[in-house]
Design a protein around this ligand. Structure first.
Ligand SMILES: [Zn+2]
Length: 247
């Protein structure tokens, strides 16, 4: 009986009710992430005048790269091997008086004459753009096609040729303006581009990972496009923070 009483006495003592925990779904905090701004590609008047680019020219390009850059960089697939990721812009002058003359020089797939260059490969020289004396911009090649225009850097460099650079044909203010527009257009189109150099500076890229030339004796001395022209273009695009040759 005693036990029962005790039991009864303890009965009303119940543990305090634990408030039921109701799982309230927590709204994830919405953090406003501004969308990546679409790169604004400045509008530039570009006239397409494609160079003939036969399979034979592609094969010569592939051979040039195999010899001067190295087989290990190539896949063997023609289209892929002649396509590059642009990382640099190289400014040139043509040392000739007309854009048409330049186009006609670049058009054949094989290099005529120029024995010093012939020894290094049969692929003809070319460039992606030719800027005429009045500032007209001609695009000769897709911007990511490998062209032969600068020793050691062809596998990643877009070439811009400026008509002139010989006696009586100094480069013009219109060409400076067109090069500025084109550099802005290209760097907006290809965020991979980090460098802007003049052809005359290319040997100073030696030692930089971009410079890849298997033949240490294959070098030519280049004066183009001149310090004044290059300096004016560089100063006008300083805000792009493109690198030049290493110090
Ligand atoms: Zn050049």
């Amino acid at each position: 009986m005693m036990l029962l009483l005790l039991a009864c006495a303890t009965d009303p003592i119940r543990p305090p009710a634990v408030p039921e925990v109701v799982a309230v779904p927590v709204e994830p905090e919405v953090i406003a992430v501004p969308p990546e701004p679409e790169p604004v590609i400045p509008e530039v008047a570009i006239v397409d005048k494609p160079l003939p680019f036969s399979d034979a020219r592609k094969e010569l390009t592939q051979q040039y790269l195999a010899t001067h850059w190295g087989e290990q960089h190539l896949s063997g697939e023609l289209e892929a091997d002649v396509t590059m990721i642009p990382r640099m812009i190289v400014l040139h002058w043509t040392a000739g008086p007309t854009a048409l003359g330049t186009f006609n020089t670049f058009a054949p797939e094989r290099l005529p004459g120029r024995p010093a260059l012939q020894r290094a490969g049969a692929l003809n020289v070319s460039a992606h753009f030719v800027v005429d004396r009045d500032g007209t911009i001609w695009r000769l090649l897709p911007e990511d096609r490998v062209a032969r225009h600068v020793i050691g850097l062809n596998h990643l460099a877009i070439g811009i040729e400026n008509v002139g650079g010989i006696d009586g044909y100094p480069l013009t203010d219109a060409q400076v303006a067109a090069n500025i527009d084109l550099v802005r257009y290209l760097t907006a189109s290809w965020p991979t581009i980090t460098h802007l150099i003049g052809h005359m500076e290319y040997q100073d890229m030696e030692g930089h990972p971009y410079f890849q030339e298997t033949d240490p004796t294959y070098r030519t001395i280049k004066p183009d496009p001149g310090a004044d022209f290059l300096g004016r273009v560089r100063a006008a695009v300083a805000d792009l923070a493109l690198e030049g040759v290493p110090d």
